[in-house]
Design a protein around this ligand. Structure first.
Ligand code: HEC
Ligand code: HEC
Ligand code: HEC
Ligand code: HEC
Ligand code: HEC
Ligand code: HEC
Length: 471
């Protein structure tokens, strides 16, 4: 009975903590509606069992005509002692229940719980979150929507997810879905202010070519991020899409929103312009119209899964891999991108391939170790997750990102206007590029892009740049 009572007590306590806590914890549902009732049921079971045993001994006692057992007499010191012990024990137990419930409540809120307790399904997101600007932001800060209804929904979902994790039948890969919608802009706005004027951002993209010398190749860009609010700076640039005075909407023909054949922009005066890809013959009314938000560009703000190409470039740049080893860029990217079914298979495959490429065991071991750690950080074969399954829309090299709309093809009804910002200088200026010598020549006017020797056509970087080995 004490156990059942504690279960009921823990249930109400958890609900109360949750009501008065300043923030929201979706997994308290698992505790309040699953764990606490479990103890109530176990308690009731033992109570009934006890009653049954008692009833049988009593019947036997009646048959043997012995006197009935239970007699409490508080004038007897023995009874008083037992009662005091019982009360103290119960109070102690309730106290432990309270402490335990509160501790578990806090555990379920932590990033560790989301990422580690729920190990297999959440591993990719947990690991990928560790190398982003949001590594220190709690999962629940972004993944519990605003308002009581969204909160209740995530709570129910928490219990459902527990079931699917135990049953092992969750989706692979996991995507945001109708049941678990992606965070809305209001979530980002708890910390970010869309009106902020950012202006120019200077960023260098360091690469290494897939040749024998792993030739360094960098591009230094001055990104015109600008701002979307005329009272804090000139409105314009990339953050012009902030939807403050103007509104940009679009339809997508696929779930990952890779194909955007129709865009509508409404300016502050209410003038509406519709842009359409002439190849799109479908009916716009059949699709859901989305209003553009942060995640249409920053699609991986907290879960950055590097492409093998970028991950190896990073390892070379930070000297984890030695760039003087011939062909190391090409060989490591090739070893990473084989189709492996499990992590163990991948680790063996990587070892075999690189041992063949580099016969000197000491050199090979070092390369293998780094390659395997790149694999662990960015490939999750058990949940079928890697860079190919979760596109990053902030650029245009590996995924069409900006070029889903700014591809020069989307035209307005009069056929005259295509979406602005369709030449190489409207989003960024190339300040410097090439090898370390070239990077010293900074040009404030902006350079024309010198694309190695390879020819390239505008707006189709993704034809060749797939994230793995360049075609
Ligand atoms: C800064 C906000 C933010 C934080 C913090 C955050 N996420 Fe996410 N998460 C997102 C966004 C945005 C998406 C949706 C990407 C999309 O579908 O466009 C997402 C998607 C997901 C998905 C769906 C699969 C996918 O990768 O798209 C899972 C699962 C997930 N997050 C789990 C977690 C876990 C676990 C943590 C804590 C370790 C966490 N998230 C922390 C913003 C965040
Ligand atoms: C709990 C607060 C919080 C929330 C919620 C949050 N962010 Fe952030 N975000 C930060 C902080 C803090 C930084 C700066 C980190 C730093 O510079 O070390 C940041 C940085 C960023 C950056 C710059 C990243 C970079 O690599 O320079 C982007 C882009 C961004 N956030 C987008 C988003 C989006 C999109 C969302 C909504 C899904 C979001 N944030 C939600 C706190 C938050
Ligand atoms: C049209 C695409 C687009 C949209 C929409 C967008 N951003 Fe950005 N944002 C960018 C680009 C491009 C950069 C430049 C840095 C980079 O490439 O990562 C950037 C930079 C940033 C930075 C870093 C600024 C700095 O000082 O370094 C933050 C923070 C940020 N965005 C937050 C947001 C938030 C919050 C939203 C939604 C309210 C948002 N962005 C909407 C494209 C976009
Ligand atoms: C959903 C479609 C869509 C996507 C995706 C998109 N844009 Fe745009 N962008 C537009 C539309 C529409 C306009 C406004 C065109 C007009 O009315 O002239 C615009 C305008 C711009 C402008 C000009 C703003 C000004 O100063 O007037 C820049 C710069 C820009 N976009 C950069 C980007 C970048 C960088 C990305 C990717 C990170 C991106 N856009 C992604 C639709 C999009
Ligand atoms: C609609 C805006 C827009 C247009 C137009 C545009 N870019 Fe970009 N570009 C971006 C953004 C945003 C990034 C930064 C991506 C990031 O932060 O990861 C970028 C990145 C790059 C990079 C560095 C990529 C890397 O990973 O090393 C190169 C090179 C580049 N652009 C070349 C070009 C060339 C050449 C053109 C003309 C054909 C062009 N861009 C047109 C928005 C644009
Ligand atoms: C016809 C195919 C093709 C097209 C289209 C193409 N590239 Fe490339 N790109 C290559 C090849 C091949 C290399 C050399 C790769 C290597 O040696 O690793 C390369 C190298 C690069 C590099 C340096 C190496 C690296 O690994 O990142 C950058 C940056 C780059 N391209 C950007 C772009 C951008 C931006 C666009 C679109 C405007 C583009 N490319 C379009 C084929 C192409």
């Amino acid at each position: 009975m004490v156990l059942a009572g504690s279960g009921v007590f823990a249930f109400f306590l958890l609900i109360a903590i949750d009501q008065f806590a300043g923030h929201r914890n979706p997994y308290v549902g698992i505790l309040a509606y699953t764990v606490a009732p479990f103890f109530v049921v176990v308690g009731i079971f033992f109570t009934l069992l006890g009653a049954l045993i008692r009833w049988r001994t009593r019947r036997r006692a009646v048959e043997a005509a012995e006197p009935l057992a239970l007699k409490i007499d508080l004038s007897r010191p023995r009874d008083r002692r037992i009662l005091t012990l019982f009360v103290l024990g119960s109070v102690g137990f309730l106290f432990l229940t309270a402490v335990g419930s509160y501790q578990t409540y806090q555990v379920t809120e932590s990033v560790q719980f989301c990422g580690k307790a729920c190990h297999l399904p959440m591993e990719p997101q947990f690991v990928a979150a560790q190398h982003t600007a949001h590594a220190k932001v709690e999962c629940v800060a972004c993944h519990v929507g605003p308002g009581a209804a969204a909160y209740f929904k995530t709570k129910l979902n928490g219990t459902k997810q527990l079931y699917h994790t135990i049953a092992g039948d969750f989706d692979r890969p996991i995507y945001m879905s109708a049941a678990n919608p992606r965070p809305v802009q209001a979530i980002c706005e708890q910390c970010h202010w869309p009106q902020r004027y950012v202006g120019n951002v200077d960023r260098t993209f360091q690469h290494f070519l897939s040749d024998e010398k792993n030739t360094p190749f960098a591009v230094r860009l001055l990104l015109n991020v600008g701002g979307g609010d005329p009272s804090n700076g000139p409105e314009g640039g990339i953050h012009f899409h902030m939807n403050i005075a103007n509104k940009i909407e679009y339809i997508a023909t696929d779930d990952l929103r890779m194909n955007i054949p129709w865009v509508r922009s409404t300016n502050p005066q209410g003038v509406v312009t519709e842009y359409r890809d002439p190849d799109f013959k479908g009916d716009v009314a059949k699709y859901e119209i989305h209003r553009m938000d942060c995640m249409d560009c920053h699609s991986r703000p907290a879960h950055k899964i590097h492409t093998p190409n970028d991950a190896v470039d990073l390892a070379l740049m930070t000297n984890r891999l030695d760039a003087s080893i011939p062909w190391v860029k090409a060989k490591v990217v090739a070893a990473l991108t084989q189709p492996y079914k499990t992590r163990t298979e991948a680790e063996q495959g990587i070892t075999t391939a690189l041992r063949k490429d580099y016969p000197d065991p000491a050199q090979a071991n070092q390369i293998i170790q780094v390659t395997q750690s790149i694999y662990r950080e960015n490939f999750f074969p058990e949940t079928k997750t890697d860079w190919r399954t979760h596109p990053d829309f902030v650029g245009h090299k590996t995924w069409n990102g900006c070029f889903r709309c700014h591809d020069g093809k989307h035209v307005a009804a009069d056929g005259k206007m295509s979406i602005k910002a369709s030449d190489c200088r409207s989003c960024h200026l190339i300040l410097a590029q090439g090898n370390p010598e070239g990077m010293k020549q900074v040009n404030a006017q902006g350079l024309d892009f010198v694309h190695i020797d390879a020819p390239y056509s505008e707006f189709s970087c993704t034809d060749c740049h797939t994230g793995g080995t360049q075609k």
